[in-house]
Design a protein around this ligand. Structure first.
Ligand code: HEM
Length: 428
């Protein structure tokens, strides 16, 4: 970027009134300066790319590097060199595709569908526990956060007896209320635990994602090291938990604000979930890349070595692609082409799984608790304005008693594992 550049700040402020709208500056930028220089909160200067077509072009361009890039524009210590082996989100080229190929087999539509019954059971058991409380709860603490963490521990093959400990470590790692030292300690603790878990799976493979990756890697003579698996698993914890939990809580709030849309959700949940993903675009500051070669983006020549921010929320609110983009319309047909999961080589590996989690969490919640409502005035809610993933910090909710509670409440931490092997065999 040239010294004479006029650099303004990355837009971060949302308009007052509606907590779901992206910063108003994006609409102006898309119309007037769709590729513009900005200074990011961590001090790096980048080209901010705001139009849908340009965002997709940047993310599809194999000359754009993700190396160390995931969130360096927002988190000062994220993604510095050296990139750790196994950190799929930060790798490029062959290192990236080798890892991605190993994981992607576990996240196909078919595999994820085989997990649906388990997801339902986890959601139901947490609803049972929540509804057993006298009339109110924090939907983030009591529902969205624990169910998504439990799903991740199931994916990683954490044995039932260790899940509560795993949840405690992950919660500390992902909390925005902890000090950098506490976060570092939790990261080391979690990586050590995961390394021990995978070392055990190398000797005693079970019917879970990482055991199957170990077996496949050995069969292909390209095994993942323990350190790679631990870092990959940490990527899944960080990427998989935070965005999904925030989506569940924020979608609940949006649906409480737009009661008519709840019927649309219950009638056609698949389409509705994609519209919620588009409308809310919780990866609020987009994703970072740097150019490894001179490249034209829109009408701007970006030089090798310069940074770019692909503004996912701006792209998802581009009126050229999504008419009335700032309206939430759960019957919108074009929602599926959103970029809330990114695009191109690094497109979210867990997108199908996240869709199933969101479908089951939101439909079961509104079906079983039709009287759900906010327990505090909306003005009292606090939002995660400065974290990578947008959301609501707490969501106090209430309902009319007696709520419908199915019998046989299960301890959410002790549910049966995914019935994958049986289900997949039965499908064949
Ligand atoms: C609503 C929920 C989710 C949203 C909005 C979301 C969003 C994203 C986005 C935008 C990216 C692209 C990052 C980039 O281009 O630099 C990404 C990547 C990724 N996501 Fe998700 N994600 C969600 C859920 C999940 C879940 C449930 C998992 C795993 C269980 C997961 C695992 C990953 C991984 C491993 C990557 C890195 C892929 C790669 O670099 O090749 N995500 N996600």
């Amino acid at each position: 970027m040239t010294e004479t550049s006029r650099v303004s700040a990355l837009p971060v402020t949302r308009p007052p009134g509606c907590p779901f709208d992206p910063p108003a500056a994006y609409a102006t930028l898309r119309a007037t300066e769709p590729v513009v220089e900005v200074r990011c909160p961590t001090g790096i200067d980048a080209w901010l790319v705001t139009r849908y077509a340009d965002v997709r072009a940047v993310l599809a361009d194999r000359t754009m590097s993700s190396r160390g890039a995931a969130s360096l524009h927002i988190l000062p210590n994220a993604g510095r060199d050296p990139v750790q082996p196994g950190s799929v989100i930060q790798l490029d080229g062959k290192d990236h595709s080798r890892l991605r190929k190993m994981v992607i087999a576990e996240f196909t539509v078919r595999r994820v569908e085989a997990m649906r019954d388990y997801v339902q059971a986890v959601v139901d058991s947490h609803l049972d526990a929540m509804l057993a409380q006298p009339g109110s709860a924090d939907l983030v603490r009591d529902f969205a956060s624990p169910i998504t963490l439990l799903m991740i521990s199931e994916l990683l093959g954490v044995p039932p007896g260790y899940r509560r400990q795993f949840q405690r470590m992950s919660t500390t790692l992902l909390s925005s209320d902890t000090t950098p030292a506490e976060t570092q300690q939790a990261t080391i603790g979690l990586l050590t635990y995961l390394a021990e878990l995978f070392a055990d799976k190398q000797i005693n493979p079970q019917d879970d994602v990482f055991s199957r990756m170990i077996v496949r890697g050995e069969a292909d003579n390209d095994p993942l090291t323990i350190a790679e698996m631990a870092m990959l698993a940490l990527n899944l914890v960080v990427a998989g938990h935070e965005a999904t939990a925030n989506m569940i809580a924020l979608s609940t709030l949006a649906l409480l604000e737009h009661p008519a849309q709840r019927d649309v959700l219950l009638e056609a949940p698949q389409r509705a979930i994609d519209e919620l993903l588009r409308y809310l675009s919780v990866v609020q500051f987009g994703v970072l890349r740097y150019a490894t070669t001179d490249v034209l983006v829109g009408e701007r020549m970006v030089k090798a070595g310069e940074w770019l921010v692909a503004a996912l929320n701006s792209a998802n609110h581009d009126e050229q692609v999504f008419p009335h983009a700032d309206d939430m319309d759960l019957s919108r047909a074009a929602s599926r082409s959103h970029v809330a999961f990114g695009f191109g080589a690094h497109k979210c590996l867990g997108e199908q799984f996240a869709r199933v989690e969101l479908q089951e969490a939101l439909t079961l919640l509104f079906r079983r608790v039709p009287s759900l409502r906010l327990a505090v005035p909306r003005e009292e809610l606090e939002y995660k304005d400065n974290t990578l993933v947008y959301g609501v910090r707490r969501l106090p909710v209430a309902w009319d008693e007696p709520a419908e509670i199915p019998s046989g409440t299960t301890d959410p931490g002790e549910l049966m594992p995914f019935p994958q092997a049986d289900r997949l065999a039965a499908d064949n």
